[in-house]
Design a protein around this ligand. Sequence first.
Ligand code: KIV
Length: 303
Amino acid sequence: MSLTAFTGGSSPSGTPITKVTMPALAEMKRQGKPISALTAYDYATSRLVDEAGIDLILVGDSLAMVVLGHDNTLAVTVDEMLHHVKAVRRGVKNALLLADMPYGSYQVDSGDAIRNAARFVKEGGAEVVKMEGGEKRADLIHRVIDAEIPVAGHIGLTPQSVNVLGGYKVQGKNLSGIEQLMRDAVALDRAGVACIYLEGIPREVAAMITAEVSAPTIGIGAGPECDGQVLVFHDLVNLTFGPPAKFVRRYGDATALITHAVQAYRADVKSHQYPSDAESYHLPKETKAGLETVLERKRAMRR
Ligand code: KIV
């Protein structure tokens, strides 16, 4: 093991960036510094997200929907997730890299869960794996952490439970729902999770959980009192082909950008405007002169 401090490079603005680690996340919570998180699924976008200085990058199983075009997250497999985690790993230097454990890869038994989680660490280069579920998942998560694999929890609207919940609905809107969410958060905190994702819960409940647990909370549709915020990259840049959820703020319009670029390219091809002479390769002068001599000779023979 090297004892050399692992520091990163610098952001586009020139400010030095250091590698975000799990203890650094906890320190950010202690100091009240908001944690920025985003999903990413490929080399190019993860590199941009990392270079923009985002603290935490999650290869979410939302991949199933926003990248692979499924209706929900249930279909994506460990191998498909790993394919993308490896690509993201190549693009990320400073952010803490998390990988979602897909549906069916950890619910069966702890042996299965540890084997699959270890694949995300060994093959994919993830630093933390994420699993959905609270109280009922706490023992399992504790065992995975015991196998030296950091785990992030995820409670509230857990998309892998879509068929049980009967849709994507805000959770914790009544007293028993709030009590359950508090029990879930405390159980995950006691199990030693690196952080807890709070998805689709009322702001007031997220604030109570954030104040109660020592693990940093990362909210998505859970209000501003969480220790950090995460969004799905495709939501942030409008690449989702539908009306956004209430909590989504679009910071860019990739649909417009890509559509305009592709339409302009098509129009140029159809009207012989692309490629221009300047965008073409040319023969060296001597070869061109030689070629003209040969062609002239052929034309003369035909006369
Ligand atoms: O899969 C995902 O993108 C997620 C985030 C929404 C937290 O789990």
